[in-house]
Design a protein around this ligand. Structure first.
Ligand SMILES: [Zn+2]
Length: 145
């Protein structure tokens, strides 16, 4: 279960609209307790992929280091990554699977004709063979979060 604050979920959608028709990407920062992850902040990243920014995103070792440092500064953990799928469903592609790591949450937002649509989260199995869907719950601040 991945809980995302409503305004954070909006920022992910907005980022996907901003970079359309290219993919956006960024880091998910928050905390994990009893198997529940709470995303309270994002760190937008530059899509470094020069060759195919429409359907590929890549996270560099520097991105990982920066995201981890940003999380620590805020007393948070790096929980995963988000990116957009312009004019494609919010499902991981084969490329995504090959470039993902276990444990992290991968949030994908589908952006169709500049309109944000579905947002899903996925976790890669430890053997890296498959993804499973992770339920997302958006929570409003001041609510029961
Ligand atoms: Zn993707």
């Amino acid at each position: 279960m991945l809980r995302i604050r409503e305004q954070v979920a909006s920022r992910i959608r907005d980022h996907g609209v901003e970079t359309y028709p290219n993919e956006c990407c960024g880091a998910l920062l928050g905390s994990e307790k009893d198997g529940h992850r709470d995303v309270v902040e994002i760190l937008p990243l530059k899509n470094q992929r020069g060759d195919s920014p429409r359907n590929r995103f890549s996270i560099t070792p520097e991105d990982v280091r920066d995201a981890d440092a940003a999380a620590r500064r805020s007393g948070l953990e790096l929980l995963g990554w988000y990116h957009s799928h312009p004019d494609a469903p919010a499902r991981p592609s084969e490329f995504d699977r090959e470039h993902a790591w276990p444990w992290y949450s991968y949030v994908i937002v589908s952006v169709q004709s500049r309109e944000p649509k579905d947002m899903n989260s996925w976790r890669l199995a430890d053997d890296r063979a498959s993804y499973s869907a992770e339920a997302i719950e958006t929570v409003s601040p001041g609510g029961d979060a």
